[in-house]
Design a protein around this ligand. Sequence first.
Ligand SMILES: Nc1ncnc2c1ncn2[C@@H]1O[C@H](COP(=O)(O)OP(=O)(O)OP(=O)(O)O)[C@@H](O)[C@H]1O
Ligand SMILES: Nc1ccn([C@H]2C[C@H](O)[C@@H](COP(=O)(O)O)O2)c(=O)n1
Length: 226
Amino acid sequence: MTHFSGQVTLDGPSGTGKSSVARAVALELGAAYLDTGAMYRAATVAVLDAGVDLDDAEGITRAVTRAAIGIGTDAATERVTVDGAEVTERIRSTEVTRAVSPVSAVPAVRRLLVDAQRALVADATAVVVEGRDIGTVVLPDATLKVYLTAAPEARAERRAAQLGVTDPARIAAIAEDLRRRDAYDSTRADSPLRPATDAVTVDSTHWERHETIAAIVELARERAEA
Ligand SMILES: Nc1ncnc2c1ncn2[C@@H]1O[C@H](COP(=O)(O)OP(=O)(O)OP(=O)(O)O)[C@@H](O)[C@H]1O
Ligand SMILES: Nc1ccn([C@H]2C[C@H](O)[C@@H](COP(=O)(O)O)O2)c(=O)n1
């Protein structure tokens, strides 16, 4: 079997399975892994802790510029820090999830984090990077670009299962949150969420997680052999 070397990008809307799939694909390929959404979430922690208003683009930029965001590229571990303090769990909180879209829409924040993302993967011979603009902006020459999608109902049900939620009203609230975040992320002026023109779209609506992972690993190996 061919040893994979190169870059795989995985972009797509919220809750399509990017993080869980990208990490597993990286482990299977023996590649490094970068969760860029975690970096925008860590930047949001810095903004919230600085008490900056989410309408204040300059204040947001100041807070993110001052913050030291720590993240690794080992697919087997997940640890995120801001100014040395561990925020791995906090970045997944409702408070951060609600605030992350306006923070990530600020162009100066994107410039800072895109530079950091490129630096983090610059030396990797094999890497899987997931987010919203990886194939379009961060790594435009990647070996394989995947745009991961799934029907909104499937995404809401998966996220509810992940959180242990069964109440239909709470599942509807989860669906509404996914819809709101996608609308924000795909209509912002700077690097909106959209598939790269040369991306392969993978629709996981009717697939188990392991089938999604296997399909992407196969695509990556095919590209490495080509
Ligand atoms: N076929 C599938 N493909 C991918 N993920 C699936 C599949 N079936 C279920 N899941 C589950 O969907 C849930 C959401 O996945 P994950 O958090 O990785 O999505 P995400 O796209 O990274 O979301 P976000 O952008 O909000 O961070 C996880 O619990 C994952 O295990
Ligand atoms: N490359 C990226 C990655 C993420 N974002 C923004 C948009 C998302 O709503 C938010 C959190 O990402 P998630 O952890 O849910 O994948 O961060 C972005 O703009 N660009």
